[in-house]
Design a protein. Structure first.
Lengths: 150, 150
DNA sequence: CGGAATCCAATCCGATACTG
DNA sequence: CAGTATCGGATTGGATTCCG
């Protein structure tokens, strides 16, 4: 069952580009989308389905983010061309954010990520808890971490 | 063409879980795999196709990583149950790393990421360069960032 | 409202040195 | 070989204040 898992997929990763040729390309991409808040922001914009979102609306939709971090993240994504920033010269100020076409192209990645998180997120949390517990109560029988239950 | 992009996909993200219910699950997942070196390490292990990799082999395969960071990353993934660490009590020491079944389940996510990076990575780089240039030479006509060329 | 600026604490990260 | 330990600089992140 696990041989199926490791044979059928990731065909792309196994294409022989040089051993770390794909690593370098991925590095710069990760510098954009692997930031702490990048994915949450992107997901909110995807969920908006093209409807422009204002700054405060975004901030409230993402629990735990501060205004500083949100600003920084949005600027970075604007620079990468993932997000369009539209400023209305009115008072009080009004700024709207939407995904660009390039931003929408991330959809499959975000979807895969969200699916994985929904399926295995709690398993990961359990494993981490057990790992901590095993460190404290040392010398206990070293168990295999819980395999996914499906 | 862009309406196709934004209508056909991300069905999962639009399922109505509460507005940020999916955000919270994703947060903990991202804390594991959105770290600077997590994806590069995972990709190397996937590319090994189940063959155990030793520490130094892993380190050499990932350009720019230091041994300190690699150790930290491997420990974190071991705690999450993504990676199995096998220590041989011999001298000189020998430690082998392999993906667990849970680790293999990340395959679709990594594949999606690698594909996106290969397709749009250079577009992102170009956009960033243009964005920087536009900041320096200010007052120029504000252009739309380059849409993906395919 | 949507930031920018400042201050300050925490933490990260690289380099180096040492060890079983 | 596969780490651990330590140090100092760099980066990150929150809280607060001010501005157009």
């Amino acid at each position: 069952m696990d041989t199926v898992t490791r044979s059928a997929k990731a065909a792309f990763l196994r294409e022989d580009l040089g051993p770390c040729a794909c690593q370098r390309r991925i590095r710069s991409t990760l510098d954009v989308i692997a930031n702490k808040w990048a994915v949450p922001v992107l997901i909110e914009l995807v969920r908006a389905e093209g409807e422009p979102l204002r700054f405060t609306r975004l901030a409230r939709a993402i629990p735990g983010i501060t205004q500083k971090e949100l600003t920084k993240q949005l600027r970075e994504m604007e620079a990468a061309g993932l997000v369009r920033r539209k400023v209305y010269p009115v008072v009080p100020p009004k700024v709207e954010y939407t995904l660009t076409e390039l931003g929408w192209s991330l959809d499959p990645v975000l979807d895969a990520l969200a699916r994985w998180a929904a399926t295995y997120g709690n398993v990961v949390a359990d494993n981490q808890a057990q790992f901590m517990a095993r460190k404290n109560a040392d010398g206990a029988d070293p168990q295999e971490p819980a395999p996914p239950s499906r």
